[in-house]
Design a protein around this ligand. Structure first.
Ligand code: SF4
Ligand code: SF4
Ligand code: FES
Length: 538
């Protein structure tokens, strides 16, 4: 644990850190371009030069390990002059693109330019080396060679993380440029990460280009829900519309990265198929109703079925896309408040989905392990059992939460099982299952709710509400809480309150709260292994 001094302040840090990392502990930013904590050290940009006592020359902070008694100056006149000179050198051939560049607002070249006040170029504009602009690298990424500062972050990412090496640096001196190796395309499943690592606007996202100025966007910490990995992300949004997902660092889940499919998942979450208000099946079609009417109808339907046929005539299926809080409240509504034991989980993924041994999981549900921890996918009542009971006519009312049954069972089986049952669907979007519904209750997607998911490795992680659900839709926990109230259940004020209650049901998670989960979530001991496969299961 070396103790050192940075800009006159003492700090003790772990062995093995470099000066940039040690300075971060004091809230001091050493300017840098080529250094990225998730990649090897290249030391090529020279922007991080700092003065170190007893060393005759300035040293690069990214490649200098801290030692006991080291005295570092990151703001001395000598350091500042060197950093300004490096910046001026990097800007010599940089185009004046800021007004039209997508990186504006989060560009390190722009930021340091303002910090160092290198306002007047000593280099004539017409002498700038011109390079190719709008170079199509692959399905996700566009390159502007003139904006590139040759930091080699992108090539290191492709060499070290994906090991696909599509990009290289070609030519010599100020004619150097980034390009694809002959015959290659930047089309690996993680290609979008090069846009994140590029410190300037040389690599931009085809999807996000010219869509929004970043300073107008709000950022909310969340989790990608497209597969069981649960990569940590930031949602960038404005007025209820999402513009992009970007990976958020979590050392135990996704480090600094995410896959391209997950990155584009936000589009699926704001499709036109969203259900905007509670719906009741009419003679011809659905008719919109108020929440009061919808909840009264739900209560009447359940009460009547229970009185006429007993609680066993009511059943529920919850999908592994539901949060832990939703799953808990759904299960409680049926087992404790209604009194049936016919509650099943359903975790379905197509059989031919992509997966690898890095981040992408074959289980395309964010919460299979959460449902297993609540005993809903571990060999008890299964969704197959529930539908078999419905086909026999013993289930009169079926509640379906956050899952489309059609891909798993197909229309024929569902026609046979559901033609004589009343079906109540809680979901975000119209689906094959809503075709069977008599009552539809619209709920929010993951970015529209508070809650937790348990990833494939039993890490419980939070999603936070970025904005409210559209139209009259409500977060699922809130809808279920109101359903429970109809049967004497608790009127929960927040999803945090639900989480505390459900966490206390298990010794492994007793005492957990949202704030204890923190930004990285919490690893729980493994629950019993699934008896059902994660793909194409029922
Ligand atoms: S394209 Fe971006 S990440 Fe790649 S070398 Fe150039 S500046 Fe660095
Ligand atoms: S690996 Fe899975 S959780 Fe991570 S970004 Fe991709 S789809 Fe989302
Ligand atoms: S960040 Fe240190 S040389 Fe580039």
């Amino acid at each position: 644990m070396p103790k050192l001094e940075i800009d006159g302040r003492e700090v003790t840090v772990e062995d093995g850190l470099n000066i940039i990392q040690a300075a971060e502990r004091l809230g001091v930013e050493v300017p840098h371009y080529c250094y990225h904590p998730g990649l090897s050290i290249s030391g090529n940009c020279r922007m991080c030069l700092v003065e170190i006592e007893k060393m005759p020359k300035l040293q690069i902070a990214c490649n200098t390990r801290v030692t006991e008694g080291m005295v570092v100056k990151t703001t001395s006149p000598k350091t500042k002059a060197a950093q300004a000179a490096v910046l001026e050198f990097l800007l010599i051939n940089h185009p004046i693109d800021c007004p039209v560049c997508d990186q504006a607002g989060e560009c390190k070249l722009q930021d340091y330019y303002m910090d160092y006040g290198a306002y007047h170029s000593r280099f004539p504009l017409e002498a700038k080396v011109e390079k190719r602009k709008v170079v199509d690298l692959g399905p996700q990424v566009v390159l502007d060679q003139e904006r590139c500062i040759l930091c080699a972050r992108c090539t290191r990412f492709l060499d070290e993380v994906t090991k696909t090496s599509e990009l290289g640096i070609f030519a010599r001196g100020d004619h150097c440029y980034i390009d694809l190796f002959p015959g290659k395309k930047l089309d690996n499943p993680y290609s979008g990460n090069v846009v994140d690592v590029c410190p300037v606007g040389a690599l931009t996202s085809k999807d996000f280009r010219f869509k929004a100025r970043v300073w107008y966007l709000e950022k909310t910490e969340s989790i990608c829900t497209l597969c069981a990995n649960g990569c940590n992300i930031d949602i960038y949004h404005r007025r209820g519309q999402m513009y992009r997902f970007r990976p958020r660092y979590n050392p135990d889940v996704n480090q600094y990265w995410m896959c391209d499919e997950g990155r584009l998942w936000y589009k699926e979450l704001q499709r036109e198929s969203r259900i905007l208000r509670p719906l009741v099946r009419g003679e011809q079609d659905f008719a919109g109703v108020s929440w009061d009417d919808a909840l009264s109808r739900l209560a009447t339907t359940l009460t009547r079925a229970k009185e006429e046929h007993g609680a066993g005539a009511i059943a529920g299926i919850v999908g592994a896309k539901a949060t832990n809080e939703e799953t808990y409240l759904f299960s409680r509504l049926l087992t404790e408040q209604v009194g049936t034991d016919l509650v099943a989980g359903l975790s379905w993924s197509p059989a031919d989905v992509s997966h690898d041994d890095f981040l992408i999981k074959a289980d395309k549900n964010p919460n299979t392990r959460g449902l297993q921890a609540m005993g809903l996918l571990n060999g008890g009542t299964s969704a197959v059992d529930v539908l078999a009971a419905a086909a026999k006519g013993t289930v009169k009312v079926l509640l379906v939460f956050a899952v489309d049954l059609v891909p798993t069972f197909g229309p024929e089986k569902l026609d046979a099982a559901l033609s004589n049952a009343e079906v109540i669907v809680f979901d975000t979007d119209y689906s094959g299952t809503t075709e069977y519904a008599d009552l539809v209750l619209p709920i929010g997607t993951a970015p529209e709710t508070e809650g937790t998911f348990t990833n494939y490795a039993d890490r419980v992680q939070r999603v936070q509400q970025a904005f409210p659900p559209p139209g009259d839709a409500k977060p699922g926990w809130e809808v279920l809480s109101q359903c429970g109230v109809k049967f004497g259940g608790t009127d929960y004020l927040s999803s945090a309150e639900v989480f505390v209650e459900l966490a206390n049901k298990s010794p492994a998670s007793a005492g957990l709260t949202y704030s204890k989960l923190g930004a990285y979530g919490m690893q729980l001991p493994a629950v019993e292994q699934p008896t059902e496969p994660a793909t194409a299961q029922s």
